[in-house]
Write a protein that binds this ligand. Structure first.
Ligand code: BGP
Length: 486
């Protein structure tokens, strides 16, 4: 007789927590020997639909380098986590976090990227942050490169466009794996590696003056260099700290066909392949054939060094992490170069509602994504970003009643549980921006994700006081009950 073995819910030791990126929270952009990063030359958007993270030109870059404003360039101030990390991690602990995903600012360790020796003062900051996590029993999950690199490497190598950048990254990762052996158990090589095909934010390369075909040639070549750097980091990590796990990170966009017409379904399948290609390379260790055909059809020719195939085959990741905010609908002419903000939004889905920024809210899509990723790869999955960016109102008695955020998260957690019961091996869930931070796509402060409110406006005015929102108390209960009470 068939015997049922359906998991009852979230596994013991599930990694509940939150995720941030250095350039969106830390601030302190030019102290303790830190160099300037690519994220810190991105201007604040003056219009919510005007996304700026990829709009860097040679001209705007020169202006940014000569301007030290933290109002025009808000990622330079973040929410001053650099000076508040003890207080902030303590608040995470109060919520019961089991994990905190944070990234290391490459420019604190190698200010220009090409120095021979690391900057000890920069490392000390992360020593202290990890010690604080450890004090509260919070597992650090560390993104090695989250949407940034030393601007010095853009100026010298045009970012990831040059193969030489692989050596600089490998030098950086070696320092990290040696220093944090036994301290950091979960590493991620690149945040949303698929951002490389969207431009500057992912590649650190200036390509604004190139025609579209050459642009895509450059971006895919830059991506190839990131794949090699990532695979080398996997090999290095396994050698230097065999106990640690190292994963990849994808911006997963569940893609639906516009209609059941076979050509629409095929368009959605291609869109999906163009999204899953990244993890195909990093989990399976080789370029899939559909991509070889795509390159051929689009006149893209990648340069491989002699041992690249072997490096990719050997440097396969231990787990797959991803962000999930929304699903998309593919139109016939949809194309991955037409990304809006940090995501390709596609067409409107009449069955879904959207956030104020037009991101279509789809909790069931998360269950579908989890099942598909598990079926395809059969390695542990980790949701390292999910959440609702919204405008919060601080009431006169200094409270934030963010039931809309609770509603969004609750619905996604319910679908995660369904997926676990479907048999998916899910090891953790870190929501995006547990503390309010600067938006990646628009550099606004007004787009808030946090359980913790930060008193700062778009101009950088405010006391930086941290205030617990209603969702803070709600998420605390979710964690305490290991997801039983949502
Ligand atoms: C992801 C990025 C994050 C984050 C998030 C929300 O793509 O990894 O850095 O910011 O999106 O995006 P936004 O800040 O644009 O709302």
């Amino acid at each position: 007789m068939y015997s049922k073995n359906v998991p009852s819910g979230f596994p013991r030791g599930f990694l509940w927590g939150g995720a941030t990126a250095a350039n969106q929270v830390e601030g302190a952009w030019n102290i303790a020997g830190k160099g300037i990063s690519t994220a810190e030359v991105v201007k604040r958007s003056t219009n919510r639909k005007d996304f700026t993270m990829n709009q860097i030109t040679k001209q705007s870059l020169t202006a940014a380098i000569n301007d030290s404003s933290t109002t025009t360039y808000p990622k330079r101030r973040g929410v001053d986590f650099y000076h508040h990390y003890k207080e902030d991690i303590k608040l995470f602990a109060e919520m019961g976090f089991k994990a905190y995903r944070l990234s290391i600012a490459w420019t604190r360790i190698f200010p220009n990227g090409d120095e021979a020796e690391p900057n000890e003062q920069g490392l000390l900051f992360y020593d202290h942050a990890f010690e604080t996590c450890c004090k509260y029993g919070i597992e650090p999950v560390v993104t090695i490169s989250h949407y940034e690199m030393p601007l010095g490497l853009t100026l010298k190598n045009n970012g990831w466009a040059a193969r030489e950048t692989i050596n600089e990254y490998t030098k950086f990762t070696k320092v990290l794996f040696e220093r944090y052996r036994g301290i950091v158990k979960y590493w991620l090589t690149f945040n949303e590696i698929n951002a490389a095909v969207w431009g500057f934010n992912g590649t650190g390369a200036l390509d604004d003056d190139l025609p579209n075909d050459q642009k895509m040639q450059l971006r895919y070549q830059a991506l190839h260099h990131q794949f090699i750097a990532s695979a080398l980091a996997v090999l290095q990590c396994h050698k230097l700290d065999p106990e640690a796990k190292i994963g990849c990170m994808l911006a997963r966009m569940q893609t639906y066909a516009k209609t059941p017409a076979p050509l629409d379904v095929r368009a959605a399948q291609l869109q999906d392949q163009l999204n899953l290609f990244f993890t195909d390379v990093q989990v399976r260790g080789e370029y899939p054939n559909y991509m070889n055909r795509y390159f051929y059809d689009n006149g893209i020719e990648l340069k491989f060094a002699a041992d690249d195939e072997e490096i990719l085959a050997k440097g396969k990741v231990d787990y797959l992490s991803f962000s999930y905010y929304m699903s998309t609908v593919t139109a016939d002419d949809n194309n991955i170069t037409k990304a809006t903000g940090n995501f390709a939004l596609g067409e409107a889905n009449p069955y879904l509602t959207s956030s104020e920024w037009g991101w279509q809210i789809d909790p069931v899509g998360l269950r579908i994504a989890l099942n598909e990723l598990w079926d395809r790869y059969q390695i542990p999955l980790f949701i390292v970003e999910n959440g609702l960016g919204a405008v919060d109102e601080l009431t006169p008695d200094r409270k934030i009643h963010d039931d809309y955020r609770i509603d969004y998260l609750r619905k996604h957690i319910i679908q995660m549980k369904e997926a676990i019961q479907d048999g998916v091996e899910l090891i953790g869930y870190t929501t995006w921006g547990p503390i309010d931070l600067i938006s990646a796509s628009t550099s606004e402060m007004a787009k808030r994700y946090g359980f913790i409110y930060v008193d700062q406006d778009d101009e950088g005015r405010g006391s930086l006081t941290r205030i617990r929102k209603d969702s803070f108390y709600w998420f605390k209960k979710v964690i305490a009950s290991n997801g039983r009470e949502v």
